[in-house]
Design a protein around this ligand. Structure first.
Ligand SMILES: NC(=O)c1ccc[n+]([C@@H]2O[C@H](COP(=O)([O-])OP(=O)(O)OC[C@H]3O[C@@H](n4cnc5c(N)ncnc54)[C@H](O)[C@@H]3O)[C@@H](O)[C@H]2O)c1
Length: 295
């Protein structure tokens, strides 16, 4: 593969674009919001600078990586001949289906389609296209340039050739692909999100405070980061959408999103991306926010 298109330049999309470009693929990064495209440009720049400081890449590699990414705010013929389209927009089946149905009409029949969805059925999204056999889940982890795992999700309609190509491509990106089947939340989020939801319930029921809950999981379970802070990094809106997919998909009360999570999303407290979640992220300083209500 030589050229790919990433649709959605938010938390995940900018990391995916960075990662492919750093590994010598040309990338067209598309977002409907010009503001988010600008933010993505800034983030990629800052993250590459951080890599230079740590001695991971040279200044030349940074320049070459940036030169391989072009930024666009609409879907058009520029993506006709890309080898792969990866979608990383908002976690909504309607939005994803709408985008893929448009892209299906633009791209040539050889282009493989991948979605970075955290939880939604790959098969159901693929039905909005004429190429379910070339449609697959490529679930990257945040932050994409650093995290090794790619959950590769094959639907019952995905063909073996597509799966093999995506596994090989993941290895080319220096990632470790793990192949899983299509089920709500796949493996990663089916296990992770109930834990995050339970930690929010523990806070809501005033069993303990934000810092305390995170400390228990860091020191007691050797987690590198507490579940509440991790939720802030994932985005509380994304956490809520995933829980809703699990709750509807399995029809089981254990996946019911906590009231506090719903309330915070309504208030626009989405975590790092809005600088306010379980912690405050203004000027890089973490302070308690919701914690204060409960401590
Ligand atoms: N945040 C995480 O940690 C994480 C991890 C793995 C997978 N994911 C999945 O990745 C996807 C993106 O999540 P995110 O956290 O990057 O979200 P985000 O909210 O940070 O970014 C979504 C981007 O999509 C853009 N967008 C929305 N509708 C669009 C459209 N019609 N056309 C073009 N662009 C559009 C928005 O402007 C925004 O920039 C979701 O499916 C999410 O479940 C998220």
């Amino acid at each position: 593969m030589k050229e790919i298109c990433v649709i959605g330049a938010g938390t995940m999309g900018n990391g995916i674009a960075h990662c492919f470009a750093q590994n010598k693929l040309n990338v067209i990064l598309i977002d409907s919001s010009i503001e988010n495209l600008e933010k993505a440009k800034e983030n990629i720049n800052t993250n590459l600078d951080r890599m230079i400081k740590k001695g991971i890449i040279s200044t030349n590699e940074k320049i070459n990586t940036l030169n391989r990414i072009s930024f666009k705010n609409s879907l058009d013929n520029a993506i006709k001949n890309v080898d792969l389209v990866i979608e990383a927009v908002t976690e909504s089946i309607q939005i994803k289906r709408e985008i893929f149905s448009k892209v299906d009409k633009i791209c040539n029949s050889e282009t493989i389609f991948a979605t970075n969805t955290s939880s939604i059925s790959i098969k159901e999204i693929s039905k909005s296209t004429s190429r379910s056999e070339k449609f697959i889940g490529m679930h990257f982890m945040n932050p994409v340039p650093l995290m090794k795992l790619v959950e590769v999700i094959q639907s019952p309609l995905t063909n073996k050739n597509t799966t093999n190509q995506i596994i090989e491509l993941s290895k080319q990106l220096n990632k470790i692909p793990v192949l899983v089947n299509d089920a709500p939340g796949f493996v990663a989020n089916r296990i992770l999100l109930p834990m995050i939801n339970e930690s929010i319930l523990t806070l809501e029921e005033e069993v303990s405070g934000v810092k305390e809950i995170d400390t228990v999981m860091i020191l007691g379970m050797s987690h590198p980061m507490g579940p509440l802070q991790l939720a802030d990094f994932i985005g509380l809106d994304v956490c809520l959408s995933i829980l809703e997919v699990l709750y509807t998909g399995f029809q089981n009360a254990k996946y019911k999103p906590s009231n506090l999570l719903i309330e915070m999303v309504k208030n626009g407290e989405l975590g790092v991306k809005t600088k306010k979640g379980f912690y405050n992220y203004n000027n890089g300083i973490k302070n308690k926010t919701v914690a204060e209500r409960f401590n």
